[in-house]
Ligand binder design. Structure first.
Ligand code: ADP
Ligand code: MG
Length: 535
């Protein structure tokens, strides 16, 4: 109960009390007890103005005030011989006020005190009164009932009020929270938009139903679109359909694509693009679509093309000078011996010169073979069953002065082109033979693992420095006086054509090991069966 209402109601009470006293038999004469009571009562209410509101709000303060009121009114009724009059009605007023102002467990004691005092007054003024007298039988229970009903009513009203207040407070807090979350989401969206806009890759997001939802500035640039395209159906942009097909596929299978390439025809221009795809689904399935992050590879492709061209030109230049140099030597020798032949009649000399001419032409033919093998563009090999052991054995036979040991499985059969694979091992064993000293040793070992035939060519020759190891596959790199520097380039080329690979380990002064892996099946997956090998 707030202070203003309390004091206003009390003024009503005080006014009623003064009326009680004024209408009593003694009247309200100065300095009579009734006059003093009215004055004290009035002053007590004025004093309330001095007490701070907070202190008045405590239940004990209110209890004391209402108890004081009950006593003051009781005294007034007593002084006015109230039992005879209707002035007991003032009790109803104070009890009603006490009940409205506090809860039940405080208003009931006040009602008890009021009833007791009132009962006593009736008894005092009417000694020997019967308990069944209407003044006792009706008025006192009525006072109680008023106390009970009004305090119950005010308590439940207060409770309702409190609930309503709590609900309102909760609503206000909820509104604040919603506003905060909305602001946060707007900020977050702006933040992620900023990120998407400043990445150098293109970003496009398309909803499941084909509506374009995001295009960042790089995507707009590459596609030659304006931001108005956002919100349109992807079907309107025909050049995007191949990408949309891939996105749909990722969406259907719910699997992302880490790396792929596609060429889109944008305004009569072929644009190669590297891209990754991620299907996304938003909260409660509200948004479902796919995001593609892509990079325009046009510049990179052009650069690669230029580089390849430059590389080819540089090889061509090197090759031209190398051929000129390499062929001129044997050619000069052939020319010289041919001139000598013209004038010679000595049979032995003729034989000797003929042999030299043959050697020269062999050397030229060897060089031409190497050049052809190196210059050959990548092609599909003629795949047949090849027993690598047989090939190596025939090479070893042609090198009777070199110490070569063969070990490992007896039938290392793979799929490939016999002549090409022969060239691989001629080169590898040849390099080893050129690297070892007179008492050096070469070993060739065959194994099978992971669907591959593994051939290891090992020598205990001069080995290579780390620097030379890095250059070993570079065309024309040679450390030999009469080397072509094409051997290892040809080797890798052939192994690549067979879908295999080569590993090299080498230490200066210790030796070199070359490990060649050739698949047992060709690229179409046809396995080499035992019967095929034997046939
Ligand atoms: P070439 O044999 O005509 O020099 P290759 O391409 O066959 O050309 O070899 C390139 C270079 O790699 C050789 O000159 C040599 O320095 C080095 N090399 C290759 N194989 C071996 C080996 N088994 N031991 C030592 N060095 C080797
Ligand atoms: Mg060689």
């Amino acid at each position: 109960m707030n202070k203003k209402i309390l004091t206003a109601l009390r003024f009503v009470l005080i006014f009623a009390t003064i009326m009680v006293l004024a209408y009593s038999r003694q009247g309200l004469n100065v300095l009579t007890p009734g006059y003093t009571l009215a004055l004290v009562y009035l002053l007590s209410n004025l004093a309330l103005f001095l007490i701070p509101e907070k202190k008045l709000q405590t239940s004990w303060a209110l209890f004391s005030i209402f108890m004081f009121d009950v006593i003051a009114i009781s005294v007034a009724i007593y002084l006015s011989q109230g039992a005879q009059t209707d002035l007991y009605l003032v009790y109803f007023l104070v009890i009603f006020m006490a009940s409205v102002g506090q809860n039940m467990n405080r208003s009931i004691p006040i009602a008890i005190v009021a009833c007791s005092i009132y009962g006593w007054i009736i008894y005092r003024t009417n000694p020997g009164i019967s308990l069944l007298d209407s003044r006792i039988l009706i008025r006192i229970p009525f006072l109680f009932m008023i106390a009970l009903f009004s305090s119950y009513w005010s308590q439940s009203t207060r409770r309702e009020l409190k609930k309503k207040e709590e609900l309102e407070r909760f609503n206000r807090e909820l509104e604040k929270e919603v506003a905060r979350v909305v602001a946060e989401e707007i900020e977050l969206r702006q933040y992620s938009e900023k990120i998407i806009n400043c990445v150098s890759s293109g970003v496009i997001a398309i909803r499941e139903d084909g509506i374009i939802t995001t295009l960042n500035p790089e995507a707009l640039r590459v596609f030659g679109l304006s931001s108005e395209s956002i919100g349109y159906d992807v079907g309107q942009y025909e050049f995007l359909l191949p990408l949309w097909d891939k996105m749909k596929h990722a969406l259907e299978s719910q699997s992302s694509v880490a790396r792929d390439e596609i060429t889109l025809k944008i305004k009569n221009r072929e644009v190669p693009m590297g891209f990754s795809l991620s299907p996304i689904s938003g909260a409660a399935g509200r948004f479902s679509g796919c995001v593609a992050i892509f990079k325009d590879l046009s510049d990179i492709r052009a650069l690669e093309h230029q580089l390849k061209h430059a590389e080819q030109l540089s090889y061509l230049g090197k090759m031209a000078s190398w051929i000129a140099h390499e062929i001129r030597n044997p050619l000069t020798a052939i020319d010289g011996f041919a001139q000598l032949l013209e004038t010679t009649v000595d049979r032995d000399k003729i034989t000797k010169y003929s042999i030299e001419i043959h050697k020269g032409s062999q050397r030229i033919s060897h060089i031409i073979e190497d050049i052809l093998a190196f210059a050959r563009t990548e092609r599909k090999i003629k795949s047949m069953e090849v027993d690598l052991r047989k090939i190596v054995e025939s090479i070893v036979e042609s090198m009777p002065n070199t110490n070569i040991k063969i070990s490992g499985i007896s039938n290392p059969v793979c799929k490939g082109e016999s002549e090409s694979l022969r060239r691989v091992f001629v080169n590898l064993i040849g390099n080893s033979a050129e690297a070892i000293a007179a008492d050096g040793e070469i070993s060739v070992d065959f194994q099978e693992a992971y669907g591959h035939v593994i051939t290891e060519v090992r020598d205990n020759g001069i080995g290579m420095s780390e620097d030379d190891m890095k250059k070993i596959f570079t065309p024309f790199f040679t450390t030999k006086q009469r080397g072509t520097g094409l051997g290892m380039s040809i080797v890798t080329k052939i192994i690549d054509e067979h879908g295999g690979r080569i590993e090299i380990e080498s230490r200066r002064g210790v030796g070199t090991t070359c490990r060649v892996f050739i698949p047992k099946k060709d690229r179409e997956g046809a396995a080499v069966s035992k019967s095929e090998e034997e046939s």
